[in-house]
Every structure is written in structure tokens, then in C-alpha cells.
Design a protein around this ligand. Structure first.
Ligand SMILES: Cc1cc2nc3c(=O)[nH]c(=O)nc-3n(C[C@H](O)[C@H](O)[C@H](O)COP(=O)(O)O)c2cc1C
Length: 382
């Protein structure tokens, strides 16, 4: 059943969708193939592939899924990054992409543990460059059978985790004790911060709102997102990544030519205006905020932050709390410098780098995001 409503997606993007394309049309519009990885985790016999089938469900910026795995050495996973899947305008140093790879590694390690394997990780075995990622491996992971390994209780929430894309219910506060239990899920050394204090939340709503405005108003950073829009079922199935606009309402708008990339880029269009309103409704309804800080900002720190971040997100999932990263104020492009400085003043006054910032609250549940199948990410078999 469809109601007349705004649909919000991405870190930005929305459409006023008129009415009802229900019934059979709705059923046929689900991008079934693009969502299959969420139901295929029991598909594989081999332990590395079983663990990787969970890892590919990791949260990652703009759903670029930049991971590649080399399985040529038995018992090992060599993780590489696809440098064609970076976000050069909003993530010029590949910091956020590296955090996403940290999320991937944490899910791989957690899934391997649930299967009776310890994973010894060697990060950046051939070194790394602070300016950008390159063809050198991100990690070498050795899988070792271990009867004593303990299953992490967060593992059971991997398949239910979603990045929230809907406004929060303003009538439902987030309890301080829940924020503390998210912080307690951290294992890899990042320092958590959180607030549900109405004054602080209000200041962070303002900051994240302004930062989103800047990203949208800076032509090259906004275009970076629009170029990654996947409009309607056919595009999502062909490229199950990026910022997906699926389902009967969007499909109707796409099929009738009312929603195209050109229209989304046109600042005088209704699509643009409503997209902006909808993403700002997300920043403006935050009921709590949560962030992670690292003392330095090495590639290792960024991987650790990603490992911690997905743990926080799984812990939020376990508690029924919606979570959406709001990364704009943390981005390193020049137009964002003032917001970046303010975010660091507010959230890391003792120094360090704010690696992640998210809003939290209770909201309408959202569906899973598309994924490339694991087989598309294996560059060498073994
Ligand atoms: C480092 C990082 C930064 C992110 N920044 C944002 C953001 O600014 N806005 C947003 O809506 N989602 C953000 N996300 C969430 C991704 O968009 C999301 O993980 C991806 O689209 C896949 O969806 P899923 O998490 O529901 O599987 C971020 C995720 C990561 C790991």
C-alpha cells in the first residue's frame, strides 16, 4: 500500500510522489537481485567466503562498496580497495572510504568468530599513504580455526542493520543509558561521545544542517552524489550501489520522466527543492547524537574507527534505535572548513579527529540497501 508522501533517501534526495502505484506493480518493482546478498549469507561452504558474505553488508560511504578480495592464498583474505570507487570531492583523503573498509573488516572478523575462526589481521602490510589509498593491500587476514573463540552477541544483528533515512519521532527521546551502552560496544580504541541534551542536540542539528546545505550548494560535491543516484529498479539492478531510489513511487516518477539526474541537478526544480527539504528534515529531527574521535588520524586509526563504528551501529540495531551518519561537517573539502572547525571544537575540544558523527532516534524502519554479490568482489580465487 502506498500513501502520498515524501520519500527520503541518501545523504540527500527526495521526491514528492503522488499516489498509488500499488498491487502487482509494487511487487514487480522490488530490485530483488540487488537485495539478494542480504539473504545469501548461508550460501557458501568455505569459511572465508562465509565471513565475507557478511562483510559485504557493511555500512560504507555512499554505498560505494569499494572492497576487492584476493583469495589466492589458502586460509587468507587479502583486502584491496577499488580506487575507481573513491569519492574525490567529499572525501578527498579517502578517510571515509577507509572507515567503511574498517566496518567491512569488523563484520568479517565477527562472522568468522561465529563460525569458529580467529582472524589475525595485518593492516596495510605494504604501508599506506596519508594523502590517498592506492593499489597496496588494505589488510592481510589469516583465518585460524579456534575452538575457544567466543561469539560476539552483536553478530546476530548484522542482517537487520540499516542506515536510517527517515526523520526521527520528535515525541520519543533517546535514554542516556542507551547511549552509554552504545559506547560500551567499542573495542578498538576510538573515543566515543554522545549527547541527548536538548541544547547540545539543537546546536548539532544546526551544524549538521548547515554542513548539508554547503555540500548541496557546492556544485561539484552535490554532483558527486547525483552521479551516484540509481534511479528506479533497472538502474539499481544494473549497479547495486550508490544512492538508490527504488520502489513503485520512484519507479513511476522515473518511468514518466519526472525524476532524472538532470532534473535533480536543476536547483529550480521541485525535485531539487523537495530533496533538500527531506534531507534537512533528517538533520533537524535528531533526538541524540553520537560521535567517535581518534587521537591521531592514521590509516590504522581510520580502520579502527570503522571497526568501532559498525559495532556502535549494531548495538543501536539491537536496541531498536535508528542511526544515520551525518558526515558533511567532517569532510575535508575547502568550502566545509568552517563547519569542520566547529565540529572539532564541539566534539573534540581536547584534540584529535572526529571520525564519525550520527544522529539517533526512533523512526519508521527502512529497507536494506543494494549490494553487489560477493562473487563480483573476488579478484582471485583460491
Ligand atoms: C564513513 C561513512 C560515512 C557515511 N556518511 C553518511 C552520510 O553522511 N549520510 C548518510 O545518510 N549516510 C551515511 N553513511 C551511511 C551509508 O550511506 C550507508 O552505509 C550505505 O548507503 C549502505 O546502506 P546501509 O548502511 O543501510 O547498508 C555513511 C557510512 C559510512 C561508513
Amino acid at each position: 500500500m502506498e500513501r502520498r508522501r515524501f520519500l527520503t533517501l541518501m545523504g540527500g534526495g527526495v521526491i514528492l510522489a503522488a499516489g498509488s502505484a500499488a498491487g502487482a506493480f509494487a511487487v514487480t518493482r522490488t530490485p530483488t537481485r540487488a537485495l539478494m546478498p542480504w539473504t545469501q549469507t548461508t550460501f557458501y561452504d568455505e569459511p572465508r567466503r562465509r565471513a565475507l558474505s557478511f562483510a559485504i553488508l557493511a555500512p560504507n560511504p555512499h554505498n560505494r562498496q569499494p572492497w576487492l578480495v584476493d583469495l589466492a592464498t589458502p586460509g587468507e583474505v587479502l583486502l584491496l580497495v577499488d580506487t575507481a570507487r573513491m569519492l574525490p570531492h567529499t572525501d578527498p583523503q579517502n578517510r571515509q572510504i577507509t572507515i567503511g573498509l574498517g566496518c567491512f573488516l569488523e563484520l568479517m572478523v565477527t562472522a568468522a568468530a561465529a563460525d569458529g575462526y580467529r582472524v589475525d589481521l595485518e593492516l596495510f602490510p605494504q604501508g599506506a599513504d596519508a594523502a590517498g589509498l592506492d593499489a597496496r593491500p588494505v589488510a592481510r587476514a589469516r583465518f585460524i580455526e579456534d575452538a575457544t573463540i567466543v561469539i560476539d552477541p552483536l553478530f546476530e544483528h548484522v542482517l537487520a542493520r540499516r542506515s536510517l533515512k527517515e526523520p526521527c519521532d520528535l515525541g520519543k527521546p533517546v535514554a542516556t543509558s542507551l547511549l552509554a551502552s552504545l559506547a560500551a560496544s567499542i573495542r578498538h580504541g576510538s573515543t566515543p561521545g554522545h549527547t541527548n541534551d536538548p541544547d547540545v542536540v539543537s546546536a548539532l542539528r544546526d551544524l549538521t544542517h548547515r554542513a548539508l546545505d554547503i555540500e548541496i550548494d557546492t556544485p561539484r560535491t552535490y554532483k558527486e552524489s547525483v552521479d551516484l543516484f540509481r534511479l528506479g529498479k533497472a538502474e539499481i539492478e544494473a549497479n547495486p550501489d550508490g544512492i538508490d531510489f527504488g520502489g513503485p513511487l520512484f519507479d513511476t516518477l522515473v518511468l514518466t520522466g519526472q525524476f532524472t539526474r538532470t532534473i535533480a541537478l536543476d536547483k529550480s526544480s521541485m525535485v531539487f527543492a523537495q530533496g533538500r527539504d527531506a534531507v534537512l528534515a533528517n538533520t533537524d529531527t535528531a533526538m541524540a547524537h553520537f560521535w567517535l574521535v581518534t587521537g591521531s588520524n592514521t590509516r590504522q586509526d581510520q580502520i579502527a574507527a570503522g571497526r568501532d563504528w559498525v559495532r556502535v551501529h549494531l548495538a543501536a540495531t539491537a536496541l531498536g534505535l535508528g542511526l544515520q551518519p551525518l558526515s558533511q561537517a567532517l569532510q575535508e573539502f575547502p568550502e566545509m572548513a568552517e563547519c569542520y572547525a566547529q565540529a572539532h571544537q564541539k566534539l573534540a575540544s581536547a584534540g584529535g579527529t572526529v571520525q564519525m558523527l550520527a544522529r539517533l532516534g526512533y523512526a519508521t524502519p527502512v529497507g536494506p540497501s543494494p549490494r553487489w554479490p560477493l562473487d563480483a568482489k573476488i579478484i582471485a580465487e583460491g
